[in-house]
Design a protein around this ligand. Structure first.
Ligand SMILES: Cc1ncc(COP(=O)(O)O)c(C=O)c1O
Length: 413
């Protein structure tokens, strides 16, 4: 059983539920910092000028971003608002959009240090706004992996990146338009299965062949390589954690081998993890308020799939812990459901848990990344508050809960 998955700050959660109205998200600064340090230091050991970026889409709370940035991370932005918040917080960023509009380029251009284009067809819009000196392209290296088919971001079915065979054309065109420094980027899948720890080294190897092809056909030297995010985290207790030292070391070996073999100058390494940094540092916490004996047993909690849509969107598994008001050794198989009018609103299906009673606390694990940010307002449900357990043990509200007025503030009523 993987302790990384099972861990939750039980005493703090009990204190927090006594003090704050449930449901809410709770994050732990200590865990967040430790994840940042492990990731950063694993790579810095083998790549002293490594630049880690945090994928803002995983968690955009300003206080979370301040912590991550204080650990030496820049930001990976994919929208106007992500670029906006990073600029406000003084975080240096790389922008990776896809199918970006000219208006969006205009907005992010002076906010993000590096633009990373998803296709050659975007060069026109960027050139009209003034070509930057440094530019990167997202390449589709032809193969990708993810924990399900929609999480595979490369290969023939993926909407992202430039097909690798045509990459050199994009670089040539950009050089003709005045670009002087070039990077290469890939993001081939998210939550890449953990047994694939050699995956990153293999894909970097492929990227070096693409870099060599670009150099051969255009004479352009790639100065930095961003290997994206996608570093998988265990969601199930029986899954193992990714050994980050092994991942970084195996990439180092590929750098040494390929730079020598292909006679390339070593590019600076960048990466942009999201969930690996913050997923296991956050929990969604609520209480049981309805227990229904139907064809199955359904336990209604005060949060719903709009608060954390991963199980509803792609059947993702999230570990569930319960804190009972009265201890019991009895167990039963139940589904944890919310109040959304969709049958996919089942945060855990047919799960064996300690027998639940009204008022018991339900904790959904791995909710620090791609959780709040994926949430929505369907059924007019409101977004929840977010709290942080600071390193000194104090609680801090880092986002208040939405009100009905917030929901309608863009309308004239
Ligand atoms: C371009 C890009 N970078 C980074 C990430 C972060 O992925 P993960 O949270 O799996 O590390 C994503 C996720 O979708 C992405 O699309």
């Amino acid at each position: 059983m993987n302790e990384e998955v099972l861990y939750f700050p039980k005493e703090d959660i009990v204190k927090a539920t006594d003090r704050f109205q449930t449901p809410f998200f709770l994050y732990e600064e200590k865990k967040l910092r430790s994840n940042c340090q492990i990731f950063r230091d694993s790579f810095k050991k083998y790549f002293p000028d490594f630049w880690p970026l945090y994928a803002i889409k995983a968690n955009n709370n300003p206080e979370i971003l301040k912590i991550i940035s204080s650990e030496g991370f820049g930001g990976d932005c994919s929208s106007e608002s992500e670029a906006w918040i990073c600029e406000k917080l003084g975080i240096e960023t790389m922008y990776t959009g896809n199918y970006t509009t000219k208006e969006e380029f205009e907005f992010v251009k002076n906010k993000c240090l590096i633009l990373n284009l998803d296709d050659l067809s975007m060069l026109g819009a960027v050139a009209e706004l003034g070509m930057p000196e440094t530019l990167s392209f997202r390449i589709n290296p032809g193969v990708g992996k993810g924990f399900n088919k929609d999480n595979v971001f490369a290969g023939p079915d993926a909407k992202y990146g430039i097909p690798f065979e045509k990459a050199y054309e994009a670089y040539q065109k950009a050089r003709d338009l005045g670009v002087k420094h070039f990077g290469i980027h890939m993001m081939t899948g998210t939550n890449v299965p953990l047994e694939e720890s050699n995956y990153f080294a293999n894909i970097v190897e492929k990227l070096f062949d693409i870099i060599a092809d670009i150099k051969e056909k255009s004479g352009i030297e790639i100065e930095f390589m961003n290997i994206g995010g996608g570093f998988g985290v265990p969601y199930r207790p029986e899954e193992k954690s990714l050994d980050m030292d092994f991942v970084a070391k195996s990439i180092r070996e590929v750098f040494d081998k390929k730079c020598k073999e292909l006679n390339l100058k070593e590019p600076r390494l960048l990466a942009e993890p999201g969930r690996w940094i913050s997923a296991n540092a956050g929990w969604l916490i609520g209480k049981v308020h309805i227990i229904k004996d139907s064809y199955k047993k359904f336990v209604g909690v005060d949060f719903s799939s709009n608060d954390m849509p991963r199980p509803a969107i792609y059947g993702a598994y999230h570990h569930v812990s319960v804190i009972k008001t009265k201890e019991t050794i009895e167990k039963e198989t139940v589904s944890i459901v919310g109040r959304i009018c969709e049958n996919s609103d089942q945060l855990a299906r047919d799960r064996e848990l300690p027998k639940l009673d009204i008022g018991d606390i339900v904790v959904i694990h791995n909710c620090g990344g791609h959780a709040y940010t994926m949430g929505h307002n369907y059924n007019g449900r409101l977004r929840r508050a977010e709290y942080l357990i600071e390193e000194n043990g104090n609680f801090r509200k880092i986002r208040r809960a939405e009100t009905i007025e917030d929901l309608y503030k863009t309308c004239e009523i």
